[in-house]
Design a binder for this molecule. Structure first.
Ligand code: 13P
Ligand code: SF4
Length: 312
């Protein structure tokens, strides 16, 4: 494997040679974001994956994102830098337990957050992301029961916003629920003019304190358009890379995590499994590849397509 500058040059060369596209989530390391053709949140990345004409999609994010790209654009080869980059939310829903929940509510519409496996998507009526969850729930007739999985914090936030009662799956993002309320309180005293902006995967107690709640793209747009100059950013710290580029004159403070986290700020260990070396290897060997059985892919496609139609 080449090193340093040569590694970056080789990634760029291979990308052209193979007609590949690099898609990256805001939470991966800045050096990967710099090499990507498109950097975005889960909704933007799904839309980019669906419409790309590249032959090879290299998805720098986590496993369910690579699966989503394959579901939406199955004739393309989809590879990921690290097959083991999972997600605590996707891991929280075993298929048989989800089937049992559905069986207890046979008439419910199933809304699943995109952070779930292809198998769960295949058992879902309509997918949502943090960008459109409120809009998706509002698109469902008021008399219908709704199962909302797997992020219960996002679910409670959406229930509050829409006034709808949701049957929640008690899953959580290990990164967002680890943001420390106590340390945030100290920071807010230190920076009384700072606005607290938070991702809806955070706990309710944090969202209650927040001046603005939104998906990663919405948080980025907020710091760009707000007249305020200081922000405490309660989401994964990777988003600060784009924010700093976009508003270099503003003061951005990553929200602190609890003691058990290995870093002072909030970092997703799965997103950070994406490295330049693994990206190079994925491009070079076209491995590890995401493949799905059509019997899973087709119903999962319907649920994703239902979302994309509402979100178009
Ligand atoms: P968004 O990309 O929709 O903001 O979701 C954040 C996240 O946790 C992705 O894993
Ligand atoms: Fe999953 Fe949370 Fe990591 Fe996103 S930040 S991939 S929701 S564990």
């Amino acid at each position: 494997t080449p090193k340093g500058v040569e590694l970056i040059t080789e990634i760029q060369r291979l990308k052209k040679e193979k007609n590949a596209v690099i898609l990256a989530h805001y939470y991966v390391d800045g050096e990967i974001q710099e090499l990507a053709d498109y950097v975005g949140d889960s909704l933007g990345l799904s839309q980019a994956a669906e419409k790309t004409e590249a032959d090879l999609i290299v998805f720098c994010g986590v496993h369910f994102m690579g699966e989503t790209a394959k579901i939406l654009n199955p004739t393309k080869k989809v590879v990921v830098p690290d097959f083991n980059a999972g997600c605590s939310l996707a891991d929280s829903v075993p298929v048989d337990e989800f089937a049992a929940l559905k069986a207890r509510h046979p008439h419910a519409i199933v809304v699943s957050y995109i952070n779930c496996s292809a198998d769960i998507k295949a058992m879902t009526d309509i997918i949502c992301t943090s960008s459109n969850a409120v809009q998706i729930v509002e698109s469902i007739p008021a008399d219908r029961e709704i199962i909302f999985a797997p992020d219960a914090n996002l679910g409670r936030y959406v229930a509050h916003k829409t006034g709808r009662e949701l049957i929640l799956w008690e899953g959580a993002c290990m990164v967002h629920i680890d943001i420390s309320l106590e340390k945030l309180a100290v920071l807010k005293q230190e920076y009384p003019d700072a606005l607290l902006i938070a991702h809806p995967e955070c706990k309710e107690v944090i969202l209650k304190e927040a001046d603005y709640v939104g998906s990663t793209t919405a948080l980025l747009k907020f710091v760009e358009t707000s007249p305020n100059s200081t922000f405490i950013v309660a989401t994964e710290a990777g988003i600060l890379h784009k924010m700093k580029q976009s508003v270099p004159h503003k003061h951005l403070i990553p929200a602190p995590a609890n003691e058990q986290n290995t870093c002072a700020c909030s970092e997703c260990p799965y997103m950070k499994m994406n490295t330049l070396e693994k990206l190079y290897n994925a491009l070079y060997y076209e491995l590890p590849e995401i493949n799905l059985a059509e019997e899973t892919r087709i119903p999962a496609y319907k649920a994703l397509k239902a979302m994309l139609e509402v979100s178009a």
